[in-house]
Design a protein around this ligand. Structure first.
Ligand code: HEC
Length: 198
């Protein structure tokens, strides 16, 4: 009885939240539409002396602006609550962990630091997708399950990890040649002594 009461309450809450959300989404869409309409009307009045090319550019900018506003209402990628840290490997040294933290942890652990711009679509979608994909392949916070550790050394040596765009956005996350060798060696010893899944 208690259980079905809970289910019912949870269901009602879900429906109410869903309705409120659609309302919010709907009013945002309506607001964006009104703004575009008002701007378009003004622009039409003053369009006499304007060249065709300028009109097209203006229309495109308006369209982009409207899309940007609407994109902010998409729920995907909004949640930035990190899952709990279940289990970390037994690191061979604090130095190895420190290197992994500065270069890998944002995408390969449950301790992601989300910068302010990861709240703004469409960056939010890309960031979220990369963190989810990164955690799926290799997650230093879930060492209780199997991990793709075999290619780690290769990705570091060839410089594909951390990704280039990430290094640009996070100065200081890149690895010098000496640090690369140190991390590769540290990973080798750590993964051997503390294999994932155990
Ligand atoms: C900005 C996010 C990001 C950072 C930082 C990052 N990775 Fe990744 N990594 C990914 C994503 C996304 C994937 C899965 C998709 C892919 O294969 O490109 C991945 C895949 C991998 C894989 C699986 C093999 C492969 O190439 O697909 C390994 C191993 C790996 N990363 C190691 C690392 C190591 C080691 C670091 C730190 C030196 C690191 N990554 C830093 C995002 C990141």
């Amino acid at each position: 009885m208690i259980e079905s009461g809970w289910t019912l309450a949870a269901g009602i809450v879900a429906v109410v939240v869903g309705a409120l959300y659609s309302l919010l989404l709907g009013s945002l869409l309506a607001a964006a539409w009104v703004v575009v309409w008002l701007l378009a009307r003004r622009w039409h009045r003053g369009a006499e002396g304007r060249s065709r090319g300028k009109q097209v550019v203006l229309a495109m900018l308006l369209g982009l602006g409207a899309l940007f506003i609407v994109a902010q209402a998409v729920p995907y990628g909004r949640s930035h609550t990190n899952p709990v840290v279940v289990k970390e490997p037994v690191w061979d040294s604090p130095a190895t962990r420190a290197l992994a933290v500065k270069s890998c942890f944002d995408c390969h652990s449950n301790e992601t630091t989300w910068p302010w711009y990861s709240d703004i679509a469409p960056v939010s979608w890309l960031a979220y997708d990369h963190v989810v994909e990164g955690r799926r392949t290799l997650n230093f916070s879930e060492w209780n399950r199997s991990q793709e550790v075999d290619e780690a050394a290769e990705t570091i040596r060839e410089g594909s990890m951390p990704p280039r765009y990430y290094r640009l956005l996070h100065p200081g996350s890149g690895l010098s040649d000496a640090e690369k060798e140190q991390l590769v060696e540290g990973f080798r010893v750590t993964f051997q002594a503390s294999p994932p899944g155990g």
